[in-house]
Ligand binder design. Structure first.
Ligand code: ACM
Ligand code: ZN
Length: 401
C-alpha cells in the first residue's frame, strides 16, 4: 500500500456545497483515501475568501456567464468558500484521517487572479476572467517581483487555513506567448542566460518551492513542469501527462511523484472513454522506472475536473463506482479478477449508503462504446468558445464582440 492515496475535486469550473463535499469525504474515507486535493483557483474563478486581497472575493470569484458547451449558464456564476467553511472542511477531513491539500494554480491557469490584479500580467494589460474551457495565454508575468510577493502572501493566507504537509502550486499548461513579447521577461531571461521557456518558468516555480520548504511544506507540481530540466528535486510531481520520458528521468534520478495518468484516473471522462475495467487495471508504476525509481512513487490520485459537471448527481455518477477501483489500486488490492471486483462493488455500495452510481450496463467497455464516447466528447466539449480561443487567442464573449 502506498502512502499517498488521493482524490482531487475541482471546485472552480463548477462548485459544490460544503454538504456535498463532506458527503464525498465520507465515501473516500471509507474507501481508504488519505488526501483530499482541493482545486480552488483557475482561469474561470477564485474560490478562497481572502482578507488580504478582497478584490479576489468580488472580481475573481464570479464570471459573467458560463459557456461550457451544453453546460451553459446564462447568468453570473461564482461563490467563495469562507474561511470558516474551509476550516470546517479541514477539521472534518482531519477527523477521518484525511489531509486537505489546497492548490493555487500558477503561473498559468491564472485568468481569475489576473482579472483582479492585471498588474501581475505581462505589460499589465486588462485580463478577463474566463467563461469557457481551455488553455489560455494569460499567465503571470514571472519577471515581476510583485508577482512573487503576491503569490507568497497568498500562500501565507492559505497556510493559516490548511495546516497539512503538502501544498499544490499547479505548474501545468502555461503558454509562454506573452513572455516572448514582454520586455521584463525577456530581460530576465537574458540575465539568467536562458532561452527555454519551461526552464524560465521553473526559475519561478523553484523560488515558490523553496518558499514552501522554508515553511516546512512540500510542494506538488503537475508534471508539465519537468520539461525545463531544472525543476527543484524537492518538488513532488503529479504525473498526469502520460508517456513523458522527462518525468520518468526525474523520478529515476531521485524526484518523487504521485501518479494520476489521465487515461486511467481522470474521472470526469465518460465511462465509454475510461471504463471501470481500465481504472481497475491502474498500477502505481510507470514504464521505464528503475527499482530505485519505483520507490519514489508516493502513490495515486484520482482527479475530477468539473467543466461539464454542474450538479451533484452527475458528479456522483462519474465517481461511483470508478472511485472504488481507484481506491483498490491505491491500496494495492486490485490484483484479483475483475468479476470478483464487480461483486465487491455491490457489497461496497450497501456500505457506502446513498450515492448515485452509474448504470451498471455502462461500467465496462464494449466494442463500440469507446468510439462513440469520443465522438460525444468532441461534440460536447469542443465548443465555439474553446476553438476560437485556440485559434485566435481571444476570449469568447457572445454578444460582446
Ligand atoms: C491538468 O489536467 N491540466 C493537470
Ligand atoms: Zn512578463
Amino acid at each position: 500500500m502506498k502512502e499517498y492515496r488521493g482524490f482531487m475535486l475541482d471546485s472552480v469550473r463548477h462548485f459544490q456545497s460544503t454538504d456535498e463535499i463532506k458527503k464525498l469525504i465520507d465515501a473516500i474515507a471509507l474507501l481508504g483515501f488519505n488526501k483530499f486535493h482541493w482545486h480552488l483557483t483557475d482561469d474561470q474563478g477564485w474560490r478562497f475568501a481572502s482578507d488580504r486581497f478582497p478584490r479576489l472575493n468580488t472580481v475573481a470569484a464570479v464570471r459573467p456567464y458560463s459557456d461550457f458547451g451544453k453546460t451553459l449558464i446564462r447568468e453570473p456564476y461564482g461563490r467563495l468558500y469562507s474561511k470558516d467553511e474551509m476550516r470546517d472542511i479541514v477539521s472534518y477531513c482531519s477527523g477521518k484521517g484525511i489531509e486537505v491539500i489546497p492548490e493555487i494554480e500558477m503561473p498559468g491557469h491564472t485568468g481569475a487572479l489576473l482579472s483582479a490584479f492585471p498588474s501581475l500580467s505581462c505589460g499589465g494589460k486588462k485580463v478577463r476572467i474566463k467563461t469557457h474551457q481551455g488553455v489560455f495565454r494569460d499567465v503571470l508575468c514571472i519577471a515581476r517581483e510583485e508577482t512573487f510577493e503576491t503569490v507568497t502572501a497568498l500562500i501565507d493566507e492559505f497556510l493559516e487555513i490548511f495546516p497539512g504537509e503538502f501544498f499544490h502550486i499547479g505548474g501545468d499548461e502555461t503558454p509562454p506567448d506573452h513572455w516572448k513579447s514582454c520586455p521584463d521577461c525577456q530581460r530576465k531571461m537574458r540575465e539568467l542566460g536562458l532561452e527555454d521557456y519551461s526552464a524560465y518558468q521553473n526559475i519561478f516555480m523553484n523560488r515558490v518551492i523553496d518558499y514552501l520548504a522554508g515553511k516546512g511544506r512540500r510542494a506538488i507540481v503537475w508534471n508539465d513542469s519537468v520539461k525545463g530540466g531544472n525543476l527543484d528535486k524537492r518538488a513532488i510531481i503529479q504525473y498526469w501527462k502520460e508517456r513523458d520520458r522527462a518525468s520518468v528521468d526525474f523520478i529515476n534520478s531521485g524526484g518523487r511523484a504521485i501518479l494520476s495518468p489521465f487515461s486511467y484516473c481522470y474521472l470526469d471522462y465518460d465511462y465509454s472513454i475510461t471504463p471501470l475495467n481500465r481504472v481497475y487495471s491502474l498500477k502505481p508504476s510507470l514504464r521505464g522506472l528503475t527499482d530505485e525509481g519505483k520507490k519514489n512513487i508516493l502513490g495515486l490520485e484520482a482527479p475530477i475536473w468539473t467543466e461539464y459537471i454542474d450538479n451533484d448527481e452527475k458528479l456522483e455518477r462519474l465517481l461511483f463506482p470508478r472511485i472504488i477501483a481507484v481506491s483498490k489500486a491505491a491500496l494495492g488490492e486490485n490484483d484479483g479478477p475483475y468479476e470478483e471486483f464487480l461483486r465487491e462493488i455491490k457489497e461496497m455500495r450497501g456500505r457506502l449508503g446513498g450515492y448515485v452510481f452509474e448504470d451498471e450496463r455502462r461500467w465496462t467497455k464494449t466494442r463500440l462504446s469507446y468510439a462513440a464516447g469520443w465522438l460525444r466528447f468532441v461534440r460536447d466539449n469542443y465548443t465555439a468558445g474553446y476553438i476560437r480561443e485556440q485559434l485566435f487567442g481571444k476570449d469568447y464573449l457572445p454578444g460582446n464582440k
